[in-house]
Design a protein around this ligand. Structure first.
Ligand code: URA
Length: 239
């Protein structure tokens, strides 16, 4: 959350008083002087101090979910189960939401947090968060597909994608498997890229998102908290 909001939540005064605290150089984040109220911080990941005294707030939560097919990447939905419905009552927090979207029929890694600004930053093109997917398609992936994806796939509407890295795992006339790494998050991007090559995606699973990787032992439909090492990796998105 924003530093000024964080200080306000910690009961350190009115907006005006907090502005003064910041301007008069009384606030530090991880030992560094902080004067901008707009700075994004997380009291669980960083030490926030006012005049050398630690500001204590309930830390944000971060869950890594293995999303099943059939569940929507939304906070609420009138017709379908949502990824938030998969979070146990004891782990629910106000403001929980998924960072980014997977299609309803896509499985795999989805981060869920109540740290609003951090999630939005991770999706910003500036951070180039790579996503890796396992893909099955209904046709033949010839060796030239690697170059096709590397050159930047063009959709029918003229949209050109950033280069993607394709690794063909198996290829047969009516069924191929591959792994693909992309650095953007366009709507239905992976499915549209393979369509542009001439095959249809029949199964899609995200296995990595930036530094976060889906382990085989995290059952579909279950989630876990990020480890402290993974939380350290979140810090790069706070700058
Ligand atoms: N690309 C897609 O086409 N679908 C997803 O769910 C994610 C990436």
């Amino acid at each position: 959350m924003r530093l000024d909001k964080c200080l306000e939540k910690a009961g350190l005064g009115s907006r005006k008083q907090i502005k003064t605290l910041l301007k008069s150089r009384q606030v530090t984040v991880d030992g560094m002087l902080a004067t901008a109220g707009s700075q994004i911080v997380d009291s669980g990941l960083q030490v926030i101090e006012v005049n050398g005294k630690k500001v204590d707030l309930e830390a944000a939560v971060y869950y890594l979910l293995n999303k099943p097919a059939g569940v929507v990447s939304a906070v609420s939905d009138a017709a379908h189960q949502t990824v938030i419905d998969l979070i146990a009552e004891k782990d629910r927090r106000a403001g929980l939401y998924p960072i980014g979207r997977l299609d309803r029929d896509t499985e795999g890694l989805l981060l869920i947090t109540n740290n609003g600004p951090l999630g939005f930053r991770m999706l910003h093109p500036k951070y180039h968060v790579d996503k890796v997917y396992e893909v099955e398609v209904n046709g033949f992936l010839a060796p030239d597909a690697v170059t096709f994806f590397k050159n930047g796939v063009e959709f029918l509407d003229g949209t050109v994608c950033q280069p993607a890295i394709l690794e063909i795992l198996s290829a047969d006339i009516s069924f191929s498997r591959a792994r693909i790494r992309i650095s953007e998050g366009k709507f239905h991007q992976v499915k549209k890229m393979f369509l542009a090559y001439g095959v249809k995606v029949t199964y899609l699973k995200r296995i990595a998102f930036g530094p976060f990787v889906l382990e085989d032992d995290l059952a579909v439909g279950t989630y876990r908290e990020l480890t402290s090492r993974e939380k350290e990796a979140l810090k790069e998105f706070l700058d």
